[in-house]
Ligand binder design. Structure first.
Ligand SMILES: Nc1ncnc2c1ncn2[C@@H]1O[C@H](COP(=O)(O)OP(=O)(O)O)[C@@H](O)[C@H]1O
Ligand SMILES: [Mg+2]
Length: 351
């Protein structure tokens, strides 16, 4: 245990740092949900935690928002220790998570009033704030409508402003676009940006959706099996794949067979390979002769190449490149909670 738990002085955080996560670890029985993660988030930054289901994203946010305690390691928010100064931390943070409750039989305003009264906010102020927040997410018209009649997108907007009632400087958003239609997702992303711009809120957003991470976040931490495997801007992360002499090749092979895929995998240049559908292959390869060698391998094994292109890497490719498996391998499957730890342990795919 690396935890000589440091007593953090109650001072202004050093040069623009808002969040500091230091060798954080969380055990559930013998299973490490968080395995020694460290990172820092600057004031006013939108920071993304990207990773598949079970990676440890929610656990990280729960610990940072004082809803759960770390097994080892420390973290500070605005200079305050999340364990020793949890009351101070709570004044600074708001969290939006999948599991938030809204009361269907109360109106929008009544819900917000209920949750707002849990904080130490004078009634007048709270009233004003509720109106302001409803306006911010364009729900003023539905102020006195029952939340039970709201669409998923409207409920999610309610969830977000609920976390803003105490005007937090730091906002944690756990999968804010999960289960939303594309239009609502766009609205939530716009709103997160607006909050960040207009209120200078520091934001950590978790997601297993590449688009969210890519277009929303200033920097992205890629998390897998409780470890941060890379952390940088989207552009720099993509350079991990394409930089040097890396390349992403997309091939359409109408007569693709598993044997053919295996023969391409064996090419020395090939770092990773994934199959989008029955005929499409995506190959991440390195070396000047990568293109030629991949084509040769396909042809030598009787494959016909209908088309082939050299594409820009996506964050999906970055994840594949770093971990050897795809985000969607786990993210698209609803695996019962109790099975996560045991079955997600290896890098093998679940079929
Ligand atoms: N209360 C808990 N008890 C046991 N295991 C848990 C608990 N909460 C989370 N886990 C496990 O910890 C791992 C990380 O979970 P979580 O942080 O929810 O991942 P993510 O949010 O990235 O999907 C998963 O394997 C999950 O099953
Ligand atoms: Mg989660």
């Amino acid at each position: 245990m690396s935890s000589t738990v440091r007593v953090t002085p109650v001072t202004v955080p050093s040069e623009g740092r808002m969040i500091r996560v230091d060798h954080l670890k969380k055990m559930f029985g013998g299973f490490a949900a968080l395995d020694d993660i460290s990172f820092e988030v600057k004031k006013g930054e939108i920071f993304g935690l990207l990773g598949p289901n079970g990676a440890g994203k929610s656990t990280t946010l729960r610990i940072l928002s004082t809803l759960a305690r770390p097994t080892a390691g420390t973290a500070t928010i605005g200079g305050y220790d999340i364990v020793k100064q949890d009351n101070e931390v709570r004044k600074l943070v708001g969290i939006v998570s999948e599991k938030m409750i809204m009361y269907d039989r109360l109106t929008a305003k009544e819900n917000l009033w209920f949750f707002g009264s849990l904080f130490d906010i004078p009634a007048d102020t709270l009233n004003e704030r509720i109106d302001e927040l409803l306006e911010l997410v364009q729900l003023t018209k539905w102020k006195t409508s029952l939340v039970g009649t709201f669409s998923t997108g409207m409920r999610q907007r309610m969830n977000v402003i609920r976390a803003l009632l105490n005007m937090p400087q730091v906002l944690f958003l756990d999968e804010p676009t999960l289960g939303l239609d594309p239009q609502s997702s766009v609205e939530i992303r716009e709103f997160v940006r607006k909050l960040n711009r207009e209120r200078e809120a520091t934001i950590i957003v978790t997601t297993h959706t590449m688009v969210d991470a890519d277009i929303l976040c200033d920097r992205i931490g890629i998390i897998d099996h409780g470890k941060v495997v890379a952390l940088d801007t989207s552009a720099n992360l993509k350079r991990l794949v394409s930089g040097g002499n890396g390349t992403v090749l997309k091939l359409d092979v109408p007569n693709l067979t598993p044997a053919l895929v295996e023969s391409v995998r064996k090419v020395d240049n090939v770092r990773s390979i994934s199959q989008d559908n029955s005929t499409h292959l995506k190959v991440i390869a390195t070396g000047d002769d990568a293109f030629d060698n991949v084509v040769d391998a396909v042809r030598k094994n009787g494959g016909k190449i209908a088309s082939m292109e050299n594409v820009q890497p996506t964050l999906e490719d970055v994840f594949l490149h770093l971990t050897g498996h795809e985000v969607r391998d786990t993210a698209d499957r609803k695996i019962p909670l109790e099975r996560h730890g045991r079955f997600m342990g290896g890098h093998s795919r679940i079929r």
